[in-house]
Design a protein around this ligand. Structure first.
Ligand code: PEP
Ligand code: MG
Length: 747
């Protein structure tokens, strides 16, 4: 360790340091050969420094990950300890190095942040296997080595000396994912689960470090126990199950045993945490098992907590000290975690996972923060503070972009800015088609943060207020008073404009942190929404009570989700009537006007259109779910969610069937799924006869711009021949697009 510290303190070039390193290792371990192989982009592992092999092979000998013993260590990210290396089936002889004389082989991966940077090898002539302590020591050295090289690069070190090998991610990278919330932004990377770099790696007081480690582990365990017991539940909203898993790991004897061993080898407690974390990461990231890969997240979080405990920080919510232009990178982020951040500072979000209809995506669309999901492997390529461009139009993330990329991107941002200013200028213009049809453009909302958007976007009301959001982002079940307050504020924000509340739509992917989910094979078609409400009416009656109270003296509009047969609606409406009767009996002020509607989200309800119109005051087509059930394609499953076009003649036919049915019965109908917020789909809906659309705030400007240029009768005529069971088309998209080109409709 002393020799290594000396090498670390040196001020020579990286190459010289590496040479010092291998010399120090060879001397300390009394081995003939010590070599460093570093991973060169695309070209495999390259012998970069050696003591004992032929110097002429340095920067010449290369092998692919997986090739030979060194390649095997890189691929598996595990040490390999062999007494008789040449007899190993993977041994590949490289004459230029002269290594055939050496019998024993110890190779350890050089790991940093889950990435394998290279392999450190010790070899001796005698056939002997290295003892456990030697393996530990070499692992420690490998870690120190990784930090030295990366540090040097970050400081703009003499990279030339390493013949162009660069180990820190410094190249520009473009990662393609899926755009779940639109927008173009520029900013700097922030890691939602920030890695804590051990500032001081080596210690000469092992006993003191052991005490620090034990102390840190004890604090960590206490904090995790408290989380499970719910004592600090107010600090965190993650579900109990997650913390149960944390606790399992926190008490895992193997994990703590590995930490102790690492401290014993001369590392500080922090460095020990980092090293064990690196080993886990490298191993789990290669796992094909998605459950195991997901556990990595828990281990990472635990390691971060332990590092924070070691630094004397109180364990609680993460450090939210972010820059003013933060792009948050995470594996996955829940709606509550998202709202913990200062909204003003978040420019964009990039997730390795995520899905289009997850609530995080819905919230991002609502508050206008671009979100890229399914950006695979992005966390390996990013470091805190990296400049980033988030392209929420193309679903791309540019990390450390080139100047030319930035220039092109800024141009697009400017154009977008101009378009947005144009939308802004139309804010007070009603959305009327060229042939005189007025269309009401309303907002999808659910949280307090959404309400100012009503005026900002010039929306005509709230067409869908997703009441479950308040329940999902709360640590505890919102009380009657809290529910009433939120609903009252929403009605206030609406002013003269209508606000339509949708009663709790729980189940499926919408799970409350404080209620144990009921495991189901097919949650999307399981016990959810109105089905729960009718079986266990307590919760809904409570909510209806809050709605009646909030609507006192006002116009109250309520609708029920996921109704499948008319009887369900009748039953739900009766529950509402009971709340009205109760308020009356108590002498409370009643709403001035009441409208009770139904969401049409199941194909079965379309075929009861006349019956449902007999009972409901209005219909709102939840096209997200309607299309999911119509096409039997899970809206949350990326493999199938975009497989079928909602402009397929079959889908258009059912939409027309519903619009015609409502018109026949003289009932107001609107569409509130995400198709209502896309200009091409929206004008098609208008052509079908829909005159009320509810959408995320980002849809209002573009949809209005398209409607202002639309001759609805003309489009109706154009698509009419295809809305029949005789149609052989798989989509009307091209026909509508062509129409827009001819008519100069911006879509
Ligand atoms: C829908 O299903 O279209 C809808 C608007 O409701 P949600 O997206 O909340 O399920
Ligand atoms: Mg729905």
């Amino acid at each position: 360790m002393r020799a290594i510290r000396k090498a670390m303190a040196g001020t020579e070039s990286v190459q010289e340091r590496l040479d010092d390193f291998v010399a120090a290792i060879s001397k300390a371990m009394q081995v003939k050969v010590a070599s460093i192989y570093l991973l060169r982009d695309g070209e495999g592992l390259e012998l970069s420094a050696t003591k004992g092999l032929k110097k002429s092979a340095v920067h010449k000998t290369r092998m692919k990950p997986g090739e030979g013993l060194v390649g095997h260590v890189a691929l598996t990210a595990r040490p390999l300890n062999l007494a008789d290396a040449p007899s190993h089936p993977l041994f590949s002889y490289r004459p230029e190095t002269g290594e055939d004389r050496f019998k024993s082989f110890l190779g350890v991966p050089i790991l940093r942040g889950g990435r394998t940077l290279g392999v450190l090898v010790a070899q001796s002539e005698k056939a002997r296997s290295f003892n456990e302590e030697e393996v530990e020591d070499l692992l420690t050295v490998a870690m120190v080595l990784a930090e030295i090289i990366i540090d040097d690069e970050r400081l703009g070190g003499k990279k030339g000396a390493l013949k162009g090998i660069s180990l820190a991610p410094i190249k520009p990278e473009t990662i393609t994912g899926k755009a779940y919330a639109d927008g173009l932004v520029e900013g700097h990377a922030y890691l939602h689960v920030p890695p804590v770099a051990p500032s001081n790696l080596l210690s000469d007081n092992i006993a003191a470090e052991e005490i620090r480690l034990e102390d840190g582990v004890a604090k960590l365990r206490a904090s995790v126990d408290a989380l499970v017991a719910g004592e600090t539940a107010a600090l965190s909203r993650a579900s109990k199950e997650i913390y149960e898993t944390y606790r399992m790991f926190a008490y895992d004897r193997k994990w703590v045993g590995r930490l102790r061993e690492a401290v014993h080898s001369g590392l500080t407690a922090e460095a020990a945490v980092e090293r064990v974390r690196n080993e886990h990461r490298a191993r789990l990231m290669k796992s094909r098992d998605s459950y195991l890969r997901a556990r990595l997240h828990d281990l990472e979080d635990l390691a971060n907590r332990l590092l924070r405990a070691l630094s004397g920080e109180a364990l609680g919510l993460g450090n939210k000290n972010i820059s003013d232009d933060a792009i948050i990178f995470a594996r996955e982020i829940g709606p509550a975690e998202l709202l913990d951040y200062d909204r003003e500072k978040i420019r964009g979000i990039v997730l390795e996972e995520g899905s289009s209809s997850s609530h995080t995506s819905i919230i991002c669309r609502a508050i206008g923060i671009p979100l890229i999901g399914r950006a695979e492997g992005v966390l390996d390529k990013i470091e805190i503070g990296d400049p980033v461009l988030v392209d929420g139009e193309e679903g791309e993330v540019h990390i450390r972009p080139l100047e030319t990329q930035v220039a092109g991107f800024k141009m697009r941002m400017n154009i977008r800015g101009e378009i947005n200013r144009a939308y802004d200028a139309m804010k007070f213009t009603p959305a009327v088609t060229l042939d005189g049809q007025q269309v009401s453009l309303q907002l999808n909302a659910g949280l307090l943060v959404d309400l100012p958007q009503l005026d900002q976007a010039g929306a005509d009301g709230i067409g869908l207020f997703r009441t479950e959001f308040q329940f999902m982002v709360s640590e505890f079940m919102p009380r009657l008073k809290e529910q009433t307050e939120l609903y009252r504020k929403a009605i206030d924000a609406g002013g003269q404009r209508p606000v339509t509340f949708r009663t709790l739509d729980l189940g499926g992917d919408k799970i409350l942190p404080y209620i144990d989910p009921v495991p189901e094979e097919n949650p999307a078609i399981g016990w959810r929404a109105i089905r729960i409400a009718l079986d266990r009416p307590g919760l809904m009656r409570y909510q209806l009570r809050a709605l009646v109270a909030a609507g006192a003296g006002r116009h109250l509009r309520v609708m029920f989700p996921m109704v499948t047969i008319v009887d369900e609606f009748i039953e739900a409406r009766a529950l509402f009537d009971r709340e009205i009767a109760r308020a009356q009996k108590l002498g409370l002020e009643l709403p001035k006007k009441i409208e009770i509607g139904v969401m049409l989200e199941t194909p079965s309800l379309a075929w009861q259109i006349n019956a449902v119109c007999d009972h409901a005051d209005f219909i709102s087509v939840g096209a997200n779910d309607l299309m999911q059930f119509f096409f039997a394609a899970d809206r949350d499953n990326a493999r199938v969610s975009d497989r079928y076009d909602p402009l397929h003649p079959a889908a258009i036919s059912i939409m027309k069937f519903v619009a015609d049915g409502c018109a026949r019965n003289g009932k107001d109908v609107s569409v509130c799924g995400s198709i209502a917020g896309r200009p091409l789909e929206a004008i098609t809906l208008v052509a079908l006869g829909y005159t009320s659309l509810s959408m995320p705030v980002t849809g209002i400007g573009p949809v209005k711009a398209a409607i202002l240029k639309l001759d609805a009768a003309k489009l109706r005529k154009k698509i009419a021949p295809h809305i029949t069971v005789d149609s052989r088309l798989s989509s009307l998209r091209e026909i509508v697009r062509e129409f827009c080109m001819e008519e100069g409709i911006p879509v």
